[in-house]
Design a binder for this molecule. Structure first.
Ligand code: ADP
Ligand code: MG
Length: 455
């Protein structure tokens, strides 16, 4: 476990930024990748979700950008728009020390024209999904001849989604002389093939420390199917989690479990493939800002997402595949915090479960210690304000209005997420009504905004 300043090639301004972000020591993947990448070598890195891969490639990549030039110099391919947004967010934080560095995301589901305009204005780092980047290439609205760093993030997932050809096509448009980084949770044959084709003599880095495994406590409970829902309530009162992700194997079950938890007044939302982009984003945002404490999800909808500090994962259905089991339980115990991964299983599934999870503790339900007084509740609610970056609204403006004009105490104001035309603000439930009324009646930066109270 080493501090970032043990790497002599990193500038002091970056070290200071990392201190502000409270990145004190490197994660294992960062410790092994950053020095190799600073030497200009290619890497293949395998590490589980939540191990800090973004900063592992992001720090050397940002370091290598020359902001005096305006053509794109780095290209990061991600499987989904959410992941691209997450990478962009993390890189923007890491790049605070580098003035004028422009990071642009290029994903589907948003109009082409503003993206083209942004590309024309110049950007140093491009982050996007293979489909959309390919679109830009075929319209010749993107210039890739000065790209010297290439990242494939969650490469296995991109291949799962059928992006092999797009990826190859995009890369055939890049200069030969470049640094390549491939990140993947698994290393199946098709990834090996892709690495041989696009990387130059890569170093292999694999990090999966036992220490990481120790902080996830795996528990199994044998139960009949129709009793699971009720058991969940007991489990909440016994483990007293703050946030929970419940995995189901089908969309239908995901939706119906969410509905019945909501009927019982839990702040639960579903995350499954039938939601549109906006609904998905809103769900994730509310979970991340503490307005929703239970997310019921399918695997497809939730893979790779960076949701932080999840205290508990429940396998309502056992996954069919051990890899998915690992992915699911990896949602808890991120960046060092302890988590519980609890799986329901039927008598018939016992062997399958023990094969998937050899170190699991099988619990009998009589041993649950129930605290009758505990109620799993979300701390916050969310206000959605009808103004964003394009209306020149900044987090400081909203914070100012809420605290100075409306009189909400600072510790009741949570995460502020600002988009082009909207802002979402997490407010402690104790102050939500006051904040809502205040914004509805008052002004922010001298202007009226519409506001919605999302529960
Ligand atoms: P991965 O891509 O491996 O799933 P991320 O890069 O998304 O993981 O990082 C997971 C979380 O850990 C992020 O919230 C990130 O801000 C945080 N993180 C990354 N590196 C460090 C560090 N050195 N110290 C503390 N937190 C870190
Ligand atoms: Mg990642």
């Amino acid at each position: 476990m080493q501090a970032f300043d043990s790497i002599p090639k990193l500038p002091q301004a970056l070290i200071d930024t990392l201190k502000q972000l409270r990145y004190e020591i490197m994660t294992p993947i960062q410790e092994s990748s950053i020095p190799i990448l600073l030497d200009g070598k290619d890497i293949i890195a395998q590490a589980k979700t939540g191990s800090g891969k973004t900063a592992a490639f992001g720090i050397p990549l940002i370091h290598a950008i020359n902001t005096k030039k305006r053509n794109p110099q780095a290209l990061i391919l991600c499987p989904t728009r959410e992941l691209a947004d997450q990478v962009a967010k993390e890189l923007r934080r890491l790049a605070r020390y580098k003035e004028n560095l422009k990071i642009l995301t290029l994903c589907g589901g948003t109009p082409m024209r503003p993206q083209i305009a942004s590309l024309e204005r110049g950007a140093h780092i491009l982050i996007g999904t293979p489909g959309r980047i390919q679109d830009h290439l075929s319209r010749e609205t993107i210039y890739l001849k000065d790209i010297h760093s290439l990242v494939l993030d969650e490469a296995d997932r991109m291949l799962d989604m059928g992006f092999y050809d797009e990826i190859k096509k995009i890369i055939s448009n890049l200069p030969r002389k470049r640094q390549g980084m491939l990140f993947s949770a698994t290393y199946p044959e098709n990834i090996q093939k892709l690495s041989r084709e696009i990387l130059n003599n890569p170093e292999m880095i694999k990090v999966d420390t036992e220490h990481d495994d120790l902080v996830i406590h795996e528990v199994g409970i044998e139960i009949e199917e129709q009793k699971r829902e009720e058991m969940i309530l007991q489990i909440f009162k016994s483990y007293k989690p703050e946030t929970v992700i419940i995995f189901c194997n089908t969309k239908v079950e995901t939706v119906s479990l969410t509905d019945s938890l909501r009927d019982k007044h839990f702040a639960a939302l579903d995350l499954q493939g039938d939601l549109d982009q906006r609904e998905r984003n809103e769900t994730l945002l509310k979970f991340a800002n503490g307005s929703v404490c239970i997310m019921v999800a399918t695997d497809v909808a939730s893979r790779g997402l960076d949701v932080k500090d999840v205290s508990m994962v429940i396998n309502y259905d056992l996954p069919h595949d051990p890899e998915i089991y690992i992915h699911r339980i990896g949602r808890t115990a991120r960046a060092g915090a302890e988590g519980i991964a609890l799986s329901f299983y039927s008598f018939r599934q016992k062997e399958k479960l023990l094969e998937m999870a050899p170190s699991i503790d099988l619990l009998s339900t009589e041993h649950l210690r129930i605290d009758k007084n505990f109620v799993l509740q979300s701390k916050n609610a969310t206000l959605c304000i009808d103004g964003g970056k394009k209306n020149k609204l900044r987090p400081g403006d909203i914070l100012g209005a809420l605290s100075k004009e409306i009189g909400i105490s600072g510790d009741h104001i949570g995460k502020i997420d600002i988009f082009d035309f909207q802002a979402y603000v997490a407010i402690d439930k104790k102050s939500i009504r006051k904040a809502y009324e205040g914004i509805k009646k008052g002004k922010i930066k001298g202007r009226n905004f519409r506001v919605w109270w999302l529960d």
